[in-house]
Structure formats: structure tokens, C-alpha cells
Design a protein. Sequence first.
Length: 188
Amino acid sequence: MKTLYLLAVIVFSAARLAAQSYEYSVLATSRTSTMEKELNESAKSGFRLQSAMGGQRFYAGDEVAVIMSRPAGQTTERYRYRLLASNKTSTMQRELQAAADDGYEYRAQTVFDTALAGKEVVVILERDLEAPTARSEYLLLATSRTGTLDKELADAGARGFEVLGLTVAETAFGGNELIAILRRWQRQ
């Protein structure tokens, strides 16, 4: 009898999960300040960032595009977003850490040609309003040589950093570069 009950619970749970549907929203703009505003407006309606990409589209030109999603019917705000854009390694490193200190965590990164500043690395960070503030430390590695990146990653890994994202693009950071963003959790 217990086996039959357990089987019924599993089947009911699986059917409930299979019935879940999602709503999506696509945002795209050539201005980073506009994208941050639109991310937070969508988040107020219950949407969460799923994916981001920068690049050039035939009719739209250079822009950053994101896909937001939410479970169907979910309208409660749970997340807030901060978008960072920079063409200098030191600036991005400093801004990443300041955002982490405010409770934001890495969600996505891309490179695109912004309307005002040219080619920049763009990082989207998210803050979960329902979770306790995590304490993390960020490290940005930027180099044009894969061998150098390999050595820097080995060193960072030994110090407890995990890779979150990698972009490859021509930027003002130093030409055609590999840009890795890493994080380690700080001990409380």
C-alpha cells in the first residue's frame, strides 16, 4: 500500500511539473542605461533574466538583447538588476565588487558596441530580494593569449575562484581579448 501511495505522489508531482508553462519577454536596445531600466521594469512584473547577447543585427544595428521569463501567472517582483558596461579592466573589476557588496550576483556577460562608448564588456547582475545577501568576491581576467589565461585561471582556481563567464571580442581592454569573470564566496 505504501508503494502504491508513493507511486501516486510521484506521478502527480511529475504531471504538475509537466503542466508548468512559461511567459517570455524579449528586450533589446543599443543603450546600456535603457537596458537596465527595462530589465527592472520587467522584473517588477515577475520576470527573471534567462539569457543575454550583444551584437549587430541587420536592421537594428549594434544592441544588447535579453530574454526574460516567468512561470505563467507569476507577477510578484523577486529580482532586481544592475547592468555594468566598461572598456577598462580596472573599472569593471571595481564596479563588479561594488555591486557584489550591494548584494548583486553575476548572471550574464557579453561584448557589444554601445552607442556612446564604443566596444564595451557588459555584465548583468541580479539581486534576489528573497534571499539573504551573499558575500562574494569577483575577479576579472583579460588577456589576448590563451596560454596566459590558462596560467591565470590555474592560479585563481587554486585560490578558490570559479569561472562564471567568458567572452571573446575586440574591446578597448586591449584589442582582441579573452575576458573571464570569476567569483569566490567569502567566508562569513
